[in-house]
Ligand binder design. Structure first.
Ligand SMILES: O=C(O)CCC(=O)C1=CC=C[C@@H](O)[C@@H]1C(=O)O
Ligand SMILES: [Mg+2]
Length: 332
């Protein structure tokens, strides 16, 4: 039994407090235009369960553990009450970049999606160039390939993108061995590597640090099983951290902000500004970036918005069954 695991409420309690929503996005992101999520009225605060629909139950049950911990238990002490965030730029054509950045007022850092399978390296270069032009020389730019390159492709891409002055390249290749190889090859270019999927989807989230495959860790509260587990992973690796969202509603973003607030040292801006990519939310007071930061606070659910964006009957039934299966995995 994991000493960090919060007691699991009954499935009846979970289902009774669940609201399944379907929120439109402003821009297509990781192939979706609608974000489905479950938010709960937890006894401590509103909380969220939103593993992507294609994830299996074992992976999704880790996200449920996080939801329960946040909604049903006290949280670790915080060290800051506001978190600087990056703008998140989906794999849009270069001419749409300025419009996206305008949704993230005051953000000095932008994370740019690259390596989209249907696009070319020239598309990536054009998008990153447009971001550099918009942010000016002081801006910080990081790119995220979501493991989309092999080592050679990644080396060429970093070579082409380095002139725009990259803060780091996130998950350039899919696995840890490739990251190690790439890290050796690009060391002379001075572009650090950040690991995301190699932490949040790995059976052993510490493997990437042990292999010295990355310079920075991207951590997300839900996929890592909650704030306490994420903090424990960070403690054990000692690497600098970027806390990021999973394209959550403002409720999940509040969980992420809470994690970012509890981290001992936070030198990088965090990927928690993504409420700006949602065209609708579950609260009247969303966790949108203001002056380049989001506040660390709980979020009040809006009954009116929950009703307006409620998922249809079939999707609601699908999510409630998923909760039941994940609950069984946590209690068996
Ligand atoms: O980090 C950010 O700026 C926002 C979050 C973000 O990019 C992601 C959220 C959810 C799923 C992922 O494909 C993606 C990521 O890979 O980091
Ligand atoms: Mg990522």
């Amino acid at each position: 039994m994991d000493p960090l695991a919060a007691p699991v409420p009954s499935v009846e309690d979970l289902v009774a407090s669940a609201h399944v929503v379907s929120l439109p996005l402003t821009t297509r992101f990781r192939g979706i235009t609608v974000r489905e999520a479950v938010v709960f009225d937890g006894p401590m605060r509103a909380t969220e369960f939103s593993p992507f629909v294609e994830y299996g139950d074992v992976e999704a049950s880790t996200w449920l553990r996080a939801a329960i911990e946040f909604g049903w238990t006290e949280q670790p002490p915080i060290r800051r009450d506001s978190i600087r965030v990056n703008a998140t730029v989906p794999s849009v054509p270069a001419h749409e970049v300025a419009g996206i950045l305008a949704r993230f007022p005051g953000c000095r850092t932008a994370k740019v999606k690259v390596a989209e399978p249907s696009q070319t390296r020239e598309d990536d270069v054009a998008r990153v160039r447009a971001v550099r032009e918009a942010l000016g020389p002081e801006g910080r730019i990081r790119v995220d390939a979501n493991g989309g390159w092999n080592v050679d492709e990644a080396e060429h891409a970093v070579h082409d993108l380095a002139p725009f002055d990259l803060e780091y390249v996130e998950q350039p290749c899919a696995n840890v061995e490739e990251l190690v190889e790439l890290r050796t090859r690009i060391r002379w270019m001075g572009v650090p590597i950040a690991a995301d999927e190699s932490v949040r989807k790995a059976e052993d989230p510490l493997a990437v640090a042990r292999a010295e495959a990355a310079d920075v860790l991207v951590v997300k509260a839900q996929p890592l099983g909650g704030i306490r587990r994420a903090l424990r992973i960070l403690e054990r690796t000692g690497l600098p951290v970027v806390v990021s969202s999973a394209l959550d509603t403002s409720v999940g973003l509040a969980m992420g902000a809470r994690l970012a607030a509890a981290v001992p040292e936070l030198e990088f801006d965090c990927g928690l500004g993504t409420a700006a990519l949602l065209a609708a939310d579950v609260t009247e007071d969303p966790l949108l970036p203001v002056d380049g930061a989001v506040p660390v606070r709980d979020v009040d659910l809006s009954p009116e918005l929950l009703a307006r964006y409620a998922a249809d009957r079939d999707r609601t039934a699908w999510w409630l069954e998923r909760i039941e299966r994940c609950h069984r995995l946590l209690t068996d």
